[in-house]
Design a binder for this molecule. Sequence first.
Ligand code: ADP
Ligand code: MG
Length: 565
Amino acid sequence: AKENLRRTLERIDGRGYPAYRDLEGTYRFEAFQLVIEHVQSDPFAPPSRFRVEMGLDTTGIPEELYADPVRRTAMEDFILRTAHQRLKGWRQRRGSGKSGLIEITEPSQVVIPRSAVEIGHSRLTVRFVVGLPARGRTVLGRQAQEMILEDIPAWVEESFLWKSMDQNNARDHVALAVDQAALRRWMAEEKVIAFVADGAILPRESGQSDKPMGRGAVPFRSPESLRREVRLPSGRSVAGMAILQGITLICGGGYHGKSTLLRALEQGVYNHIAGDGREWVLTDPTAVKIRAEDGRWVRGVDISPFINDLPYGKSTDQFTTESASGATSQAANIMEAVEIGATTLLIDEDTSATNFMIRDARMQALVAKEHEPITPFIDRVRQLFDEWGVSTVLVVGGAGDYLDVADAVIAMESYIPKDVTEEARRVVERFPSGRRAEAVGPLPAKPVRKVRELGRRPKPGDKWKVEAKDEHLILYGRERVLLQAVEQLVEIGQTRAIAACLRILTERADGRTSLDELVRQLLAEMDQKGFAALAGPRGCPGNLAMPRPHEVAAAVNRLEGLKIV
Ligand code: ADP
Ligand code: MG
């Protein structure tokens, strides 16, 4: 079969670029199978899609390193990092455009499933792209032979065979994931929603880079009273600050590290690689960052717990708008997060609408409740926990009224947290806020919306596609789906996978199934079948990464054409 490939390449040498199409197909090599899935149309077009499949027994990777989902994801991630690393050294230009390129997805700091490397059905599947070489638009057959018959097999051997891997690193990589999973289980049992280990490095290199800050970073140090120590399966122990379910405030002066701590908690829904500085910063995996997002679309969301009696009788139990205000957008973000199963909300006053967060005693005196549609978050945050089991971690520098409702208060001082819960109690006694609670009655049932339509369904033959333009922008047909405020996306591969989900869910929405069910069912299929569950007309690309249900739902919720039953 490999011989076929050689003959085809000899035959098409010197012909026009479209002759490369003849390569599409499956070829047997000694140790693996090469599938040329899709050939690019010219040297400047997106490169061609290749796939390598290999029996796991052929790789020699010890089974205990991928025996369960946690280990499997870690091992896949390790293999991808190795393969990506090994490609770095020897990329060669071999002609015009993308000629000579061999490229595999670059992983970020997190460990999540990706379509580039998948272990399943006793096979290792690797997806990557190749720029088939050309001079101008003429096939360079000999160079293509070098790439496909020599370079790729050499790379496969260096990257995917256990004997050529850094075995100690591989074992450490998997052991870390196992420890992180164990710590997450401990957290769930102990009702801990966030854990930040002593020694963790929270600040990042820059706004652009997710790598740890180098010199000058102050390592995290837990307050004595909040410190817990946990022994993990590898034998190591980690000690650090445990934030319990309920309502936790992070206060402290400006520039003392509050937002940096909260951002680390936002990212703690994912596991990070060793050396990231946040490998022991773990958060309830369903935690959602909530912020104001004025201007966003909102479609049929019950925001009545927070906003009621809008001027001119506009209803808020199925609130729809083309341009939400700061407060209505923040209310919608909370209700949507709860709908998709968030049990922790993460809120920073820097990105909140002030009038959504608080109405102090003086404003209550000046503007009668009848003229104020907003029931501020401060009056619902306790109910969110008591009635819905939803915890909140809140950064507040200014709004001292929140001390009334907090279970725990952490003060950041020069990047070091202090437990000031007791002090806060005394302050509350000495300086009563004087405000009246404004929530009338309990919360309604948790929101559930049935989806009739995500957008107009394309007719057969329509030129309709859904595509991630960048990490925070999806093109859905002609429509731009803005995800700038969806801050827990970490890789563009997740956004691409979400785009694929939107395409599939557009077909599936039936007016009977809730958004939560639709999303969870699709993600469960991905768990089972791998990324092939998202395959489109051209198969499964190698640049997808696993999103959380929350981010998939966030994209659905920002669709203009979303119709709720
Ligand atoms: P706040 O929200 O309290 O105003 P930030 O979290 O925005 O403060 O932090 C202010 C600055 O301090 C940021 O530039 C951040 O990178 C830096 N910083 C935060 N935590 C640390 C730390 N542990 N060590 C060093 N620098 C830090
Ligand atoms: Mg801040």
